[in-house]
Design a protein around this ligand. Structure first.
Ligand SMILES: O=C(O)CCC(=O)C(=O)O
Ligand SMILES: [Fe+2]
Length: 302
């Protein structure tokens, strides 16, 4: 099947229908670990990449991925995060890496993003791709928030993603806040496409998707191809404050195949995913995408 994208190819996509009836594996909340105070030094400035890419240079076991992401998260201070919860990493898939992080963002910061997004009065129908097209592919509404609008929340998010990915905050787009009302969805797509290699800012090498509010029914994020067993499709149930992190290209930074920011990055089609229709209540998410080059702080999006 041809690659699907958040950009131009979406029109030709359809959800894969495997010959075997898929087993849906829904990732739900794990028991919450008790808060453990952080003993590491504070990160007082916007990060410039506190961890190297080295970890991602080769295929890792699930436990290696979990331990690495957990350490990256623990390295980031929670001082400005006002909930007494410690983020916990759970590996949905180690190859390709797909990590679910509970308590990635505090409840109050989730609310801060939703309130700020709402108060802009600028939420418009979501689009796909650099052409900013609206279609039935994506029926939610969107607003972009920059660092000035949500300074602390934006910094906390950037620090955590920087720690995990090894890319500094200036490689990240602004925050894209998305609201799904009942009946709305985002069909199967990838967050980057090979054609983005032609752009100055290049493709979205990594995605961090944060769940700001969970619907009462539906709205799972579906990954039909990430599990090695093709009969298994992964569905992640939104939970407020949780996030998923994944790489969108075959070449992970630090790997032998990764030859610097100028290289051609091949979209990993196993990372196709969809926001399933919301069947009750409202779902809010926030995207922060990472690029292989300096994206320029304050730039709105692709
Ligand atoms: O809403 C979801 O679960 C997925 C959203 C998504 O994939 C996107 O915004 O690119
Ligand atoms: Fe996506």
């Amino acid at each position: 099947m041809a690659g699907t994208t958040e950009a131009f190819y979406l029109h030709s996509l359809s959800i894969r229908s495997p010959s075997l009836k898929p087993t849906f594996r829904t990732i739900r909340e794990d028991s919450k670990l008790a808060f453990q105070p952080h003993t590491r030094p504070l990160v007082s400035e916007i990060v410039t990449g506190t961890h190297s890419h080295e970890f991602w240079r080769k295929e890792r076991t699930a436990e290696e991925v979990r331990a690495h992401v957990q350490t990256c998260l623990d390295d980031i201070t929670q001082q400005t995060d006002d909930d007494d919860t410690r983020p916990t990493a759970h590996v949905v898939s180690s190859e390709p890496p797909l990590v679910l992080i509970h308590d990635f963002l505090s409840t109050s910061m989730c609310k801060n993003l939703i309130d700020t997004a709402t108060s802009t009065d600028k939420m418009i129908r979501s689009t796909t791709g650099s052409e900013q097209e609206t279609s039935t592919i994506r029926t939610s509404t969107t607003v972009w928030l920059n660092d000035e609008q949500v300074p602390e929340t934006s910094r906390i998010i950037a620090e955590k993603i920087s720690s995990i990915s090894g890319f500094p905050a200036n490689h990240m787009e602004n925050l894209q806040v998305v609201r799904y009302e009942t009946g709305q969805s985002f069909k199967l797509h990838t967050d980057t496409i090979d054609a983005y290699n032609e752009m100055d800012k290049r493709g979205r090498v990594a995605t961090c998707l944060i769940y700001l509010a969970a619907p009462t029914i539906g709205g799972e994020t579906l990954f039909p191809d990430v599990h090695a067993d093709k009969a298994i499709q992964i569905r992640i149930a939104p939970r407020q404050g949780s996030a998923i992190f994944f790489w969108n290209t075959h070449e992970k930074p630090g790997s032998p195949a990764y030859d610097g920011a100028d290289m051609f990055l091949n979209t990993d089609l196993r990372m196709r995913h969809a926001g399933m229709p919301v069947d009750g209540g409202e779902k809010w998410v926030c995207n922060r995408w990472v690029h292989p080059v300096d994206y320029g702080v304050g730039v709105r999006g692709l």
